[in-house]
Design a protein around this ligand. Structure first.
Ligand code: BJW
Ligand code: ZN
Length: 238
């Protein structure tokens, strides 16, 4: 089985999604200014400050029953590949042993010049304001500017996780797609690949998506309610 998650799986943990009406990040913030390499070059303090706000928000959030149900599912199946577009670590904190992050990890900044890791403090500092400008730190090795460890628009996805995700999408018997608008490419192509490969595809979402007619089953509702029910009913405790 392959499980593929998007921002909706973390929404009930208080982590905002991107495109939901009223509450999505892109309702209030400009993706061109904040989530592109060009935006970071133009105004590094604006971008770093915004990602610090989000990093600390994520650090303070807790996994919800959807993350926990997915972690429990791994113990009930011969093989499960968990692929996420999310930059948070809520799947890991819920106990999922292995998570393929297609869009990076917000808690793993790195040097924009040499690529070296930049360790972030473990304790959660006070939450800064979302628009607070913060100068990015400098790399301990080369003095280059440190950048958020996420994949911005126009950037390539990390090769290893992407290749593994493509292989899983083509080879799985069942594909569970949770809380994603399926708008962002190339990640959205994974669901289409699983459909084309003939696997059973289940979509969990509070809203409609353009894949509603293409998948095998739509479960309309919040992930934190739908996923524990799905897992308990399809794979009951023996
Ligand atoms: C619930 C719920 C609840 C709510 N329960 N459900 C082909 C065609 C057109 C464009 C492109 C293309 N190929 C590439 C592009 C460009 C671009 C792209 O796709 N743009 C689209 C907007 C059209 N893609 C890229 O640039 C990618 N790179 C790439 O393709 O490289 C090759 C290349 C290089 C040079 C030029 C061209 C190509 C990289 C994409 C990187 C995406 N980065 C972001 C930001 C990450 C950092 C950060 O966190 O700030 O990743 S954008 C943002 O969207 C984030 C997410 O991971 C991603 C997906 O969003 P997601 O998870 O689906 O969230 P939402 O908000 O969209 O949806 C939430 C869903 O949950 C909704 O459906 C709700 O209903 C639901 N929901 N609450 C269940 N409780
Ligand atoms: Zn460096």
């Amino acid at each position: 089985m392959m499980v593929f998650t998007g921002a909706g799986v973390s929404a009930e943990s208080g982590v905002p999604t991107f495109r939901d009406a009223l509450t999505g990040l892109w309702e209030k913030f400009d993706p061109e200014a904040l989530a592109t390499p060009q935006g970071f070059e133009r105004d590094p303090a604006l971008v770093w400050g915004w990602y610090e706000w989000r990093r600390i928000l994520v650090q303070r959030a807790e996994p919800n029953p959807a993350h926990c149900a997915i972690a429990a599912l791994a113990g009930k199946l011969a093989r499960l590949t968990l692929v996420t577009q999310n930059v948070d670590d809520l799947h890991e904190r819920a106990g999922s042993p292995r998570v393929l992050h297609l869009h990076g990890r917000i808690g793993r900044p790195y040097c924009a010049a040499c690529g070296g890791e930049y360790p972030t403090p473990r304790e959660a500092p006070p939450l800064p304001a979302s628009g607070k400008r913060i100068e990015p730190p400098r790399c301990h090795r080369c003095g280059g500017r440190v950048r958020p460890g996420v994949v911005w628009f126009g950037e390539s996805l990390p090769r290893g996780p992407w290749e593994e995700a493509v292989e899983a999408a083509h080879g799985c018997d069942a594909f569970l797609c949770v809380g994603t608008s399926s708008i962002v490419e190339p990640a959205a192509g994974l669901t289409r690949a699983a459909i084309a490969a003939g696997s059973v595809t289940i979509q969990v979402n509070t809203d409609r998506t353009y894949l509603d007619e293409a998948v095998t089953l739509n479960l309309r509702g919040p992930a934190a309610r739908m996923l524990p029910q799905l897992v308990d009913q399809v794979w009951p405790e023996t």
